[in-house]
Ligand binder design. Structure first.
Ligand SMILES: [Zn+2]
Length: 448
């Protein structure tokens, strides 16, 4: 091999591979947002060793040894990394997978739940842990269980066992399962101790889905249907896109019943409100396609997004009042889920309609705040709540000694203004420090 080829091969490993994992890092004089409670602890030093938070204390009390990588935290805010709990990760080895994973990382996302998995994701999950691929810690579903992939109750049970044996973290439910098939999936999954999550099949409905033990309901799927009076048929052609056409008939007094059923069953919710609002909002497709983050998406994807939005707003059944009513009902459901103590998780469903991987999580946080959560409560859905939901054995989601050092350093206080999560100064991922110049370099490379 001649010298030129060697140089090219090294560069092809991209900028991150030159950064060491397991670095010893000292964040000095930083404001800590520990997420243990709604507090800000000023003038702290945080020491990271071997991917874990080794020490925290007043800046004057913590000794700094020579071998530490120093990060000046003055006027900056250190919080736990965020989770994208409804993401779509391209197949390992595809052209776009590194793009998506890196967009997550530069946006402060250190954990993602991949909602449409396949065999390659099992490999990818390990490659990320082994530091062969830069990306957030990956939890992955198996291939979708839906009206096409499930053909009979017996075959459903077999498929669940197969995905369990293959090592997927959970099962992804899509629409189309019959009541009988869903019951068999639930029964088999519960027997194996494997979570099942995602959509609520129309034949099943939220009440029976939570009673069967569904781990998460995503997109608030099926909630609008529970708000109908008995004389309204919630099925058939009348219903489309998470029950939007049902919105004028919704009885909001019923929200509390479905929310309490969810809470009592221990089901978590990933509202993916940005998926809904981006599709129906009064912001034009043209304006959305000018958003700064859209430059990281392929032109063909942006064209598809524009078309999807236009198809929705130009539909003869669609009008502004309908959209606003549906949005307001969904926001009320989110707020009620929070108030009644039901579990909420942060997820955007990127890369759907104008949800650019990584960037979309900041928009989702803003929608949660617009729904009535405080910034702290919104941040919980992406930090402590995912840790609790996933029951991670390595402790995460908080800044505490012994916890995983998946951290994001921000230029502004996210407890004061939720949009501060966009101001990422650097990211610590399993002990690797990704600095502001690293992020700038990566973003430059990721532009289309
Ligand atoms: Zn999805």
């Amino acid at each position: 091999m001649n010298k030129k080829i060697v140089v090219v091969a090294v560069l092809a490993l991209s900028s991150w591979s030159s950064l060491a994992f397991g670095e010893r890092i000292a964040f000095i004089n930083v404001n800590v947002v520990p997420m243990t409670s709604e507090t800000l602890i000023e003038a702290q030093t945080v020491i990271v060793d071997n991917g874990l938070i080794a020490n925290i204390g007043d800046v004057d009390d913590i000794p700094i040894s020579d071998d530490l990588l120093i990060v000046d935290g003055t006027d900056r805010f250190l919080m736990p990394g965020l989770a994208e709990m409804h993401g779509h990760v391209p197949s390992a080895g595809s052209r776009t997978v590194n793009q998506v994973l890196e967009l997550y990382v530069v946006n402060g996302i250190t954990l993602t739940r991949g909602m449409l998995g396949g065999p390659s994701h099992l490999r990818l999950r390990q490659q990320i842990l082994d530091h062969e691929v830069l990306g957030p810690t990956l939890y992955t579903s198996g291939p979708s269980l839906n009206g096409r992939s499930i053909t009979s109750p017996d075959q459903a049970a077999e498929l669940v066992r197969k995905q369990f044996a293959a090592g997927y973290d959970f099962l992804k439910i899509h629409p189309g399962l019959t009541r009988r098939e869903f019951a068999i999936v639930a029964e088999t999954a519960n027997e194996l101790g494997m979570p099942f999550a995602g959509h609520v099949p129309a034949d099943v409905g939220v009440f029976d889905a939570v009673a069967a033990g569904i781990a998460t309901i995503d997109h608030l799927d099926g909630y609008m249907q529970t708000l109908m009076s008995p004389n309204i048929d919630p099925s058939g052609g009348f219903d489309s896109f998470f029950g939007i056409l049902l919105a004028p008939h919704a009885d909001r007094a019923k929200i509390i019943d479905v929310v309490d059923a969810t809470r009592l069953a221990g089901t978590w919710n990933v509202p993916t409100q940005s998926l809904f609002e981006h599709r129906v909002s009064s912001v034009s497709a043209e304006e959305m396609s000018q958003w700064p983050e859209v430059r990281y998406m392929p032109a063909a994807t942006v064209r598809r997004w524009k078309q999807a939005k236009l198809d929705m707003v130009n539909d003869r059944n669609f009008n502004r009042e309908l959209a606003d009513t549906a949005v307001s009902i969904r926001r009320q459901i989110i707020k009620t889920l929070h108030e009644r103590g039901a579990g909420l998780l942060l997820g955007s469903d990127a890369p759907q309609v104008f949800n650019v991987p990584g960037f979309a999580i900041h928009r989702e946080l803003e929608f949660l705040v617009e729904s009535g959560l405080t910034p702290f409560q919104a941040l919980q859905t992406g930090t402590v709540n995912p840790a609790e939901f996933l029951k991670r054995s390595d402790r995460s989601g908080r800044i505490k000694i012994g916890y995983v050092a998946d951290l994001v350093l921000l230029d502004e206080n996210p407890l004061q203004n939720i949009s501060a999560t966009r101001r990422v100064h650097g990211v610590a991922l399993r002990g690797k420090w990704i600095s502001q110049p690293d992020i700038r370099k990566m973003l430059k490379r990721l532009q289309r």
